[in-house]
Structures are given as C-alpha cells and as structure tokens.
Design a protein around this ligand. Structure first.
Ligand code: 4AD
Ligand code: MG
Length: 467
C-alpha cells in the first residue's frame, strides 16, 4: 500500500524529502551512466520522473528491466528538476522491479493508439493517459451524484438486479435461469415449466430500479438508486450499452415541474464538481478529444436549460422540414416517438443547450407515467443534450389506482403481475415523480468521447463480453 501517491508528491513534495514511489513505467530514456524513467500510479495525468544512476545497486540489471509497462518500487530523494515542465523529480537510491514487460510484445508503447485498438486490449487500456483521465472523471461523477443526493437528505436504496417485472415494457430483458440449458423442463404443451426454476417464475436482469424505488419513496419520501441495469436491445450504436449504470431518484409529494427542477440542478452540480476536482483531466479531454468540452461545461453550469413540450417540439421540427432547414431520415408527426436525429436538431441547432421535452403522447410512453388532463399526453420529461441525445428520462407517476389500472389494461399488462405496485396506490398513495440518468451518457457528454464503449471500464455490447 502506497504511503504517498504520485499526484501528491508532484503537488507538494519538497527537495530533500525521502519518498517511496510505486507504479508502472510509462517511458525510459537511457543516457550514458544514468537513465530517466517516468512512473505513473493512476493518481494523476502527470507521471513522476525518476533518475536512476550508476550508484543504484544492480544498476545494469535494473536498466534492462525498467521498460514501458514494468512495475517498480523506487526509494529515493526528491530533487529540484532541471528538466522542462516539471518542478521536481526523484533521485533513486534503490529500485525494485516487481514485474518487467517485454518491449517486443507489450502492446502499449509510447505513441497514440486508436480507441478501436485499445478496445482490443481492454485489460491494459486503463494504463493510458486517456483512460486514466476517463476513469478519474467517472469516479468524480459518481462522487458528485452521491454528494448531491446525500446533501439533500435522499436515502440511497438498493434495488434488485434480478427481477420478474419489465419496468419499461419494452421487452428488452436478459433472462436469468437456473436451468441446465440442455435439460430445460417442459410441460405437455412444450412450454418451459418455470415452476421448477430457481425462483419458480421467469426472471430477468433489471432494466430499471424505478418500480422498487417507488416502493421505498412511499416510506422514505426522497430516495435514489445507483446501480447497474441491463438492456438486451440490439442497438449497436455509439450510445448504447447492454450493461450500464443508472441513477434513479424518486420523490414523494413531487410533480413534473419539481422533477425537472431537480434534474437540472443535479446536472449542474455534477458538472461543477467535476470541473472543480478534475480540471487537469477535463483540460486533457478539451485538447485531445473535443475542443468544446470546457465551453460546454461552463454553459451547463451557468445557463438555464430550454424547456418545451413534445407538441411544440413536433411543430418546430415540422416547420424546419417545411422550410428545408434540415432533412431527417425518419419523418416526424404528432404521435410518433422522437428519434435521436430529431432530439439532436432541437438541442444542437435550434437551442444549442440541453433541452427538456415534456408531455409526450401517452401511447409511446411507459404505463406508469401520469396521464395529463387532456388524456392524450403523459407528464413525462426527457432531457436531451447536444451530440448525445437523451441523457435523462423521467416522469410524474400515475398515482390514481383506476387510471393506472386502465393504462395497464390498454398495454395488455396483467394486474396480478404487479399487484404490489398497485397496492402502493391503494394504501397511502401520493403524487410522486422521478427520473433516470444514464451514468455513461453523462460521462460521455461531459468528456466529449465519441463512443460509449470508451467511458466504462468493461463495456458490454453485442458480441462483446471478453473482458
Ligand atoms: O429513459 P429510460 O428507459 O427510463 C427509465 O428506465 C426510467 N425507469 C427512469 C426513471 O424514471 N426512473 O432510461 C433512462 C436513461 C436514458 O435517458 C439514458 O440516458 C439511459 O438511461 N439509457 C442507456 N444508457 C446506455 N445504454 C443504454 N442501452 C441505455 N438505455 C437507456
Ligand atoms: Mg427514455
């Protein structure tokens, strides 16, 4: 266990201090009688320069081994650096090489590798500058999320991964079974006999913790979930994962307006926290990945989001098509779901900022969303962001038992499958609302990364679950 991480040494280390440095070699430069190595331990973008000279025990053996990728422990003294771009360096007194890395075969060499290539070495890519910055930012976003809700008295609740219900009703669930796939029991009609399965019913990996979060909100008022969710949608896109993390706050005594206000304050808080704690990493993304990263962050923090209804959005889109300002692959008309090209036109071209679209037609949204007065739309809201599209989906929930029963019947759902959910409307029902933030979508939006596979350590996408 390291006493002092490299980030701290670089920040506050003083000449003559003795230090122990543990990490992985990024580069080696050999000169006559001495060598420089750059050591990184993941604590910062910058590596620490270590000078190894001939007086170090086993010098020639060590020098042969301290190649890019090798793991080392250095005991030494901090000295002022003569080199450009660094205040201090460490003069080694002893060096231990734990594991070398043959430069002939170690895949990460000092050059820029493409993200496509790095995906093929998912077990090593965390050792690059890009992924170092990425996973530090990811960690900061997670911290900001907990901080935001904890400061407001929300309870973090843990909802199940294995579930019997399809919250979103989209049929995109991965099945979970204890059956030996070669010996699946079947009844006389040939249907699978689930009474013999572990849970004695069909079960799946959850697509959302919302329904269970509603249960907890009906006791604790304000709660949130933060955990992995799974979708077997066959969308091989740069914005979909089969396994992604979702944050789902759920608030009792809350309407759609308050839901939107919370979501907007939440996104602003996350950006602010990351800009304060990961400035160097964000500057790296701005320089190397997308030149608008810092500007976007400032915009989010300082400007109000746009808010429009679905009906207004459709009118704007139709007008844009009419005036030939834009051509869409998919046609728009009231009643059809907005495609990501439509969402992106609105927030990228028209408003140039995150846009909250509300009150979608009931028939294209999930059964639990609250029916509006007009009986045509529901109190739903999606937040769409430039370059990404949807990052948040939420709604006020249907708290009226009879309306909910009608909505479920209309969607062909059986009441007995969700009797406990209906019970929440029988016993002490209240207006309530919540939303789901796609954790990877916000990290992607924030860092400007083009592909969602590069914002999660181990992406799960079609045909991809190796590491
Ligand atoms: O809009 P969705 O489907 O909403 C829900 O699941 C609600 N139950 C949330 C709630 O109200 N509690 O998903 C929420 C968010 C989306 O806006 C998107 O950011 C993200 O989850 N998301 C995905 N992210 C990555 N890969 C996927 N396949 C995703 N599907 C949804
Ligand atoms: Mg959605």
């Amino acid at each position: 266990m390291i006493e002092k991480r490299i980030a701290e040494i670089l920040r506050s280390g003083q000449p003559d201090e003795t230090v122990k440095v543990q990490g992985w070699v990024r580069t080696k430069r050999e000169l006559k009688g001495f060598a420089f190595i750059e050591v990184n331990d993941g604590s910062s973008m910058a590596s620490l320069q270590v000078v190894i000279n001939e007086t170090v025990p086993n010098y020639s053996e060590i020098i042969k081994k301290v190649n890019t990728g090798a793991s080392v422990e250095v005991d030494g003294v901090i000295v002022a650096s003569q080199g450009k771009g660094q205040r201090i360096e460490v003069k080694a007194e002893s060096v231990q090489v734990y594991g070398d890395a043959d430069p002939e075969v170690y895949p990460l060499q000092k050059k820029r590798h493409s993200f496509e290539f790095l995906r093929t070495i998912g077990h090593l890519r965390a050792r690059t500058n890009s992924f170092g910055a990425m996973f530090r930012v990811r960690n900061a976003v997670a911290t900001a999320i907990h901080q935001f809700f904890q400061e407001r008295g929300f309870l973090w609740v843990h909802t199940p991964i294995i579930t019997a219900s399809d919250c979103e009703g989209a049929g995109e669930m991965f099945s979970v079974t204890s059956f030996d796939l070669n010996k699946i029991p079947r009844n006389k009609e040939g249907a699978i006999d689930y009474s013999k399965d572990f849970f004695a019913r069909p079960t799946y990996l959850t697509v959302s913790g919302q329904l269970e979060a509603e249960v907890m909100a009906m006791a604790f008022s304000n709660v949130y979930t933060f955990g992995p969710t799974f979708r077997a949608e066959n969308s091989n896109t740069s914005r979909h994962l089969a396994e992604f993390w979702m944050v789902e706050p759920e608030m009792a005594f809350c309407d759609l307006k308050e839901d939107m206000d919370l979501a907007e304050a939440f996104l602003k808080h996350i950006f602010k926290y990351v800009m304060e704690t990961c400035r160097e990493d964000m500057e790296f993304f701005n320089e190397r990945i997308d030149k608008t990263v810092l500007e976007t962050a400032e915009n989010i923090i300082n400007n109000q989001f746009e808010r429009i209804t679905y009906t207004e959005a459709v009118k704007l889109l139709e007008k844009a098509v009419e005036k030939a300002d834009v051509q869409f692959e998919y046609p728009v008309s009231w009643g059809t779901d907005l495609q990501s090209e439509h969402e992106r036109y609105l927030c990228e071209q028209l408003f140039k900022k995150p846009t909250i679209i509300t009150n979608y037609p009931a028939q294209i949204k999930a059964f639990y969303m609250r029916l509006d007065e007009d009986e045509k739309t529901v109190s739903a809201m999606d937040i769409v962001a430039p370059k990404i599209g949807e990052i948040i989906g939420g709604s006020q929930r249907e708290e009226r038992l009879d309306v909910l029963q009608r909505r479920m019947a209309a969607q062909g759902m059986k009441e007995e499958d969700l009797w406990w959910y209906l019970d929440l409307r029988r016993f002490g029902t209240v207006p309530h609302a919540g939303f789901g933030l796609g954790f990877e979508r916000i990290v992607q939006f924030m860092t400007g990364m083009a592909n969602i596979r590069d914002v999660i350590p181990f992406p799960r996408t079609p045909e991809n679950a190796e590491f």
